[in-house]
Structures are given as structure tokens and as C-alpha cells.
Design a protein around this ligand. Structure first.
Ligand code: PMP
Length: 389
């Protein structure tokens, strides 16, 4: 309950709530199995290591990677993208090269590439979107050239909900030998992700947006790139041999997992994957689409309410503004009615500039939300209008 009302949680794109299975997996790990991994021969260390590597195998299955060592545990999508931007940048990006992103990127997939380009004398090219929130693909095709070193785009936009035609983009990019990184922070929670079918060279996501804990995420990378890239961080675990004058690095995936990893997070992520599997991602996606459809119809009927992002392929979130009412004011009143929506720039300031708004109100749905809750949001918006118009 919040403010003595049953909470309506519509901030799932920021983070999802956690099922009891995930919470128990974490507390159970600390109650029974806590130990540092990979470095011991004793019972607990072996047990914790086995559980950790079992989780890696299940992540591989979950995203259908070809090899378990293509799954790198990170602290989240942000770290996964930074890893690639940094290591790929060092290895492959130089003066005169280009990196393509889109205007609809989260800062996590914007700033690392912007900075790498600045550091390495390369140019950042930014694909625009159209009125519905779809990428202007003709612009992307025109931008792609032999100077393009990588394309980094979000699978599903956290602001507009647009599901990008990533398979088509990857196909065209590969024809020109351009690798593609997908920011899957939102995609992973709403669609079946098959990295081989998509052809993605890198896929980054966070556990906490898919019912798992915070502080754990995954970088999937194709073996040929991961083998080739220099390590991102140095320390324990990522080494094979260390001498005073040099170091031999460990094999994959350990080369990219320096230091004591987030074992509790991995246990929680494993529980989240099993939980999603039990419900079925197809079922989740179908129900969320129903919610999206219902909410879109309902909210569209409100006079002066403008929805940002009306792409045909869209995940279950709605960004909107109500007339000239500032999103923070709207969000504050909606909150007082027990409904959690996010307001602001959603870590996508270039996109806000592009849309020419200071921010939006965003309601993002998960499979545990209901149509009755959407009705409550509708009532709350009417209240906002009544109070502030
Ligand atoms: N990309 C997108 C599209 C996101 O929505 C988010 C989280 N809001 C991120 C990247 C970053 O995820 P995290 O903060 O979990 O690393």
C-alpha cells in the first residue's frame, strides 16, 4: 500500500518487482551456500562455483547463444555496453571511423559511444526517428559505409516502446561486415530473445528489469569478438599467469570477469529466468500486448493527452503528456493516488530535445498489472486535468 491505497506499480521499465522465488534464491544462497567462487577446492567453494556456472549455462539457453563462454556476467546493461565501447573502441576504432547509434538511445548506449568517438577521433552518426517513433531506416542505410565500425542500437526503446527491426538491421549491416550491438535492457523482459536468430554480435541486458535482482546483468558477445577484444578491467580471475613485466589473460568468459563476481545476483538472475520460463515469455508478451492495447485506447480518448511513440511494433509502455501540464506535476498527483509512474527525461535527453519536450510521464506495464489498474490511471489523469488545466 502507498498513501493507504493498494499500490499500482507502472514503473516496470525502470525496474520490475521481484518474485518470492528470486528473493529466496538470494537469501538461500547466503544462508547455505555463501562462498567465493572459482578459487577454492573446499566443498562450499565448489558448490557455489557449480551454481554460478549452471546459471551461465541457463542464460546461454535463455538467449540461445551458441556457447556458454559467450555469456559474460556484468553488473548490468550499462556495464556491458561500456565494456564493449571501451574494448571494441581500443581495438577497432580510430580517427576517421564512424559509429552509428540512434536518437532514441538510453544514455547508457549513447554516452559511451559519444565518448569513445571523442577519444579516438571518430564520428558519431545518429539515426533519427519518425513521428511514430520508428527509426528512419533509409537514413540508417545511407549512413552505413566502410567507415562504420559498429552500429549500437536499442532493441526496445525505454521511452517510446518501439521494437526496432533489429533482425533486418543486422542483416544489412552484416552484408557490409559491420557488427551490431543491441541494448536489450528493455527487450529482454518483453520478447523472446534468440541472439543467433537475430544475428546480434553483442546483446546487453540487466537482471533487474526481468524480475531479477539489481547489480547483475549480461553481455552476450560472439566468440570471435570476445576472443579478439582486450579485457575491460584488470584484477583477479581475468588472468592466467602474471609476471612482473607482463600478464597472460584468462580464457573466455573469465577474461572479462575481473574480481569477485556478484554471485548472489547470479543466483537471483537464475531464479528469475526459471520463473519467466515457467510462465512463458510468449504468454507474458501476449498479455502485455493486451494491456498495451487497452491502455492505448483508454488514454487516447482523453482530450489533450499526447502519446509519444505509436509504432506498430511496440512494447508495453506508454509515454505521454497532458496538454501543457509539466510531467513532474502530473506525476506528483498521479503518485498521490497510489500509482507509480515515471516522469522526466528517462535517461534519454537527446530524444527529449528531438521531441521538443522537457520530459514525459511514462506508464510501463508488466504481466502482473491489470486492466483495472489501467482504469485507475485513467481516473488519475482526469484528476490531474481537473486540478491543473
Ligand atoms: N538501456 C535501456 C533501453 C534502458 O531502459 C536502461 C535502463 N533504464 C538501460 C539501458 C540501463 O540499464 P541499467 O541501468 O540496468 O544498466
Amino acid at each position: 500500500e502507498v498513501y493507504k491505497r493498494p499500490l499500482v506499480y507502472f514503473d516496470n521499465a525502470a525496474t520490475t518487482q521481484k518474485p518470492v522465488q528470486v528473493i529466496r534464491a538470494i537469501s538461500g544462497y547466503y544462508e547455505k551456500d555463501n562462498c567465493n567462487i572459482h578459487r577454492g577446492v573446499h566443498y562450499l567453494s565448489v558448490k557455489a562455483t557449480e551454481a554460478y556456472e549452471e546459471a551461465r549455462r541457463e542464460v546461454r539457453q535463455f538467449i540461445n547463444a551458441s556457447n556458454t563462454h559467450e555469456v559474460i556476467f556484468t553488473k548490468g546493461a550499462t556495464e556491458a555496453i561500456n565494456l564493449v565501447a571501451s574494448s571494441f573502441g581500443k581495438k577497432y576504432i580510430g580517427p576517421g571511423d564512424e559509429v552509428i547509434i540512434s536518437i532514441a538511445e538510453h544514455h547508457s548506449n549513447f554516452v559511451p559511444w559519444q565518448q569513445v568517438c571523442m577519444e579516438r577521433g571518430a564520428t558519431l552518426k545518429v539515426v533519427p526517428i519518425d513521428d511514430r517513433g520508428d527509426l528512419v531506416l533509409e537514413e540508417l542505410w545511407k549512413m552505413m559505409s566502410d567507415r562504420t565500425k559498429i552500429i549500437a542500437i536499442t532493441h526496445v526503446s525505454n521511452v517510446l516502446g518501439t521494437v526496432k527491426p533489429v533482425k533486418e538491421i543486422i542483416r544489412r549491416a552484416h552484408e557490409m561486415n559491420i557488427p551490431v550491438l543491441l541494448d536489450g535492457a528493455q527487450g529482454i523482459a518483453h520478447t523472446v530473445v534468440d541472439v543467433q536468430n537475430l544475428g546480434a554480435d553483442f546483446y546487453a541486458f540487466s537482471g533487474h528489469k526481468m524480475y531479477g535482482p539489481m547489480g547483475i546483468g549480461v553481455l552476450y558477445g560472439k566468440e570471435k569478438f570476445l576472443e579478439d577484444l582486450p579485457p575491460y578491467q584488470m584484477g583477479g580471475e581475468m588472468i592466467k599467469d602474471v609476471w612482473i613485466e607482463r600478464t597472460d589473460f584468462n580464457e573466455l568468459p573469465f577474461k572479462f570477469e575481473a574480481g569477485t563476481p556478484n554471485v548472489e545476483g547470479v543466483m537471483g538472475l537464475l531464479a528469475a529466468i526459471r520463473y519467466i520460463r515457467e510462465i512463458g515469455m510468449e504468454n507474458i508478451a501476449a498479455y502485455e500486448e493486451e494491456l498495451l492495447h487497452y491502455a492505448t485506447e483508454k488514454l487516447s480518448a482523453i482530450k489533450d493527452l499526447k502519446i509519444y511513440g505509436t509504432a506498430q511494433h511496440k512494447a508495453s509502455l506508454i509515454s505521454f503528456n497532458i496538454g501543457h501540464i509539466h510531467p513532474y506535476d502530473a506525476g506528483t498527483i498521479i503518485d498521490k493516488m497510489g500509482i507509480a509512474v515515471r516522469t522526466g527525461h528517462h535517461c534519454a535527453m537527446p530524444l527529449m530535445d528531438f521531441l521538443n519536450v522537457p520530459g514525459t510521464v511514462r506508464a510501463s506495464f508488466a504481466f502482473y498489472n491489470t486492466k483495472e489498474e489501467i482504469d485507475k490511471l485513467y481516473e488519475a489523469i482526469l484528476k490531474v486535468k481537473e486540478m491543473l488545466s
